[in-house]
Write a protein that binds this ligand. Structure first.
Ligand code: GDP
Ligand code: MG
Length: 298
């Protein structure tokens, strides 16, 4: 969509700082998509916020919640992986508490992600102004923090300012999730979108109208590997030959690139199997959406 902005925002912070409360407040009534079922993959999509011309997908990275004795380099390394692919990181801090090890580790992990870091100073409804200013002052010395935003996730104070500010970090991108539809399998959409995007990138010159992607299966194996099967849909046999490429090179490249992105986003090892199918006129059909299990909001 021309000019549309969308992206992934990680929310991190030690327990009880108010991550869940904040997310509920941001996503609020507009919980377009939240999984009812426990999700299979490690990076969890917690909610999607939609606005005029933009979409934010908030993810939680449970990989960051490792026990204290495993902090340090290992922690920062694994956090980097968990945060790979996000467009910004929110580090939630509790304004009523002294900053501790957990906060420091969250900030280090965020800094390691190499994307903008926003420090959210939460629970401002409970602290005196002078104390709040002290904390802001302290945080402003931290070079890795791009922005400090005081909020009360409970009362909603400052939350809209936070959301407005986050829009600037969203790159141009698709509407990953239809704003008015529900699904319990957000991973499906992410995977389909990544495959489609690589197809666009690799085949732009030869197949100007792009490809369709039909998700057949997404399943987590006991080993933790996520198995994904998908069809790449095109209009004609000649397109199919191009997509497969000489000795299957093109399809292999596309699959490798898409798999790397999906892995980064899901935080799990992915086994991606792709097939190419010819379905003339697929673009006019709503079949793909239905197959993905969309249902319209009642
Ligand atoms: P999480 O563990 O980071 O997800 O933290 P929660 O969202 O579960 O919040 C922990 C506790 O802090 C809960 O009792 C919340 O009601 C409370 N809390 C969260 N945000 C605020 C806030 O802005 N002000 C106040 N007074 N309490 C808050
Ligand atoms: Mg929570």
């Amino acid at each position: 969509m021309e000019g549309f902005k969308s992206g992934f925002i990680a929310i991190i912070g030690r327990p009880n700082v108010g991550k869940s409360t904040l997310l509920n407040n941001i996503v609020g009534e507009k919980v377009a998509i939240v999984s009812e079922k426990p999700q299979t993959t490690r990076n969890q999509i917690r909610g999607v916020a939609n606005g005029e011309g933009w979409q934010m997908i908030f993810i939680d990275t449970p990989g960051l919640h490792v026990p204290k004795n495993r902090l340090g380099n290992f922690m920062v390394e694994s956090a980097k992986k968990a945060l790979d692919g996000v467009d910004a990181v929110l580090v939630i801090l509790d304004a009523t508490k002294d900053f501790g090890t957990g906060d420091r580790v969250s900030l280090e992990a965020a800094a390691g992600a190499g994307v903008p870091v926003v420090a959210v100073l939460n629970k401002v409804d409970l602290v005196k102004k002078a104390i709040l200013l002290d904390k802001i002052n302290l945080l402003s010395k931290n070079q890795s923090i791009g922005e400090i935003i005081p909020v009360s996730a409970l009362t909603g104070d400052g939350v809209q300012d936070l959301v407005q500010s986050l829009i600037q970090y969203l790159p141009e991108g698709p509407e990953y999730f239809p704003a008015d539809m529900y699904t319990d399998q957000p991973e499906m959409f992410i995977a389909a979108e990544m495959i489609r995007e690589k197809g666009l990138l690799l085949l732009r010159d030869e197949i100007p109208h792009g490809i369709g992607v039909e998700m057949l299966k997404i399943e987590e194996k006991p080993s933790g590997t996520v198995e994904i099967h998908a069809n790449i849909i095109c209009e004609k046999d000649s397109h199919k030959a191009i997509i497969i490429g000489r000795r299957g090179e093109m399809l292999k490249n596309l699959g490798t690139m898409a798999r790397q992105d999906i892995q980064a986003l899901l935080g799990a090892k992915v086994n991606l199997q792709l097939w190419v199918r010819v379905k003339p006129g697929w673009r006019d059909s709503t079949m793909l959406l239905k197959d993905l299990g969309y249902r319209e909001e009642l």
